[in-house]
Design a protein around this ligand. Structure first.
Ligand code: SF4
Length: 284
């Protein structure tokens, strides 16, 4: 996949050890949605980006929900959306070729040209996006080709991308969308950003929403960071053990947001704001 299987297997071995040393408190599983602490105080259909907001004071949530401010689009948000679109489309094209038993390596040109026709790419970043598509397609097809060589269980277990999940049982939106889910139930989130603590809350939210729907444990997540915007795409991963502590952080963040919305309490402006915040004109 966009990350080689051997890297994922190496990370999994490390995560298994962490789980052994610090087992997850079963009361913090998503399937315990009908009792505290997983049961929310109110069902407000929160999005994951609200619970795991980039705004340190969560003022963006107040602006959107209470002040009814309209977020303003900007280039960073558009690029984030385009990148997700490109990754999803590339994974789907490769899945199609692999399902048809096409020769993985000869499919490369078709996949790249198909994806580039399917997505609309702004001229000024076309070189970067083309490189991203090539990188992902090559990675995916190399994995598929390698797995076709051996016998037995294929190490190339396709990811499902853009998985819809109903988060309403744990107070989230009915229409959550997980970037990808691996064959071994690892939540995958793609980020066009620098690593941040709130990204862990986001993957915990997705995992617990999946647990509340599927009644199966989701213990791990991978956050795939795509950076290097000034040159070629640079991909790195952070593997996350969805421990009791991370789950509690999600529950606390969710409950704080619910309290803020119910009481309509206005949070202060943050001391440092992201340049790409779509509400920056409201907070001047
Ligand atoms: S401009 Fe700053 S304080 Fe206002 S919502 Fe954005 S990050 Fe928060």
């Amino acid at each position: 996949m966009p990350v080689p299987t051997y890297v994922i297997l190496r990370e999994l071995r490390r995560l298994h050890l962490r789980r052994f040393q610090d087992p997850i408190d079963e009361s913090l599983r998503g399937w315990n949605w009908d009792r505290p602490p997983v049961k929310p105080r109110a069902y407000l259909g929160l999005t994951v980006s609200e619970v795991a907001s980039y705004c340190i004071t969560r003022r963006d949530v107040w602006l959107r929900r209470i002040a009814k401010a309209i977020p303003e689009g900007n280039e960073v948000l558009k690029l984030g959306s385009l990148t997700h679109d490109v990754i999803h489309t590339t994974i789907e094209y490769v899945r199609k070729y692999v399902a048809n038993d096409s020769d993985a390596l000869s499919a490369y040109d078709d996949v790249v040209s198909g994806v580039l026709k399917a997505v609309t790419i702004p001229e000024q970043i076309s070189g970067w996006v083309v490189n991203l598509v090539k990188h992902i397609a090559l990675q995916l097809l190399a994995e598929a080709s390698w797995s076709a060589v051996g016998d037995g269980i294929s190490p190339w277990i396709p990811w499902i991308s853009e998985v819809r999940v109903d988060g309403s049982l744990i107070g989230l939106s009915k229409n959550l969308r997980v970037d990808a889910l691996t064959g071994s139930n690892i939540v995958v989130d793609f980020k066009l950003a620098r690593p941040s603590e709130n990204h862990k809350i986001a993957v915990a939210a997705y995992a617990m929403a999946l647990e509340s729907n599927l009644e199966v444990p989701i213990d791990y997540a991978l956050i795939i960071y795509i950076n290097g915007l000034e040159k070629a795409p640079r991909i790195s991963i952070e593997s996350i053990y969805l421990s009791s502590d991370v789950r509690k952080e999600f529950i606390d963040a969710r409950d704080d947001i619910i309290d803020m919305i119910i009481t309509e309490r206005e949070p202060p402006k943050a001391n440092t704001c992201s340049a790409s915040c779509p509400f920056k004109n409201y907070c001047r």
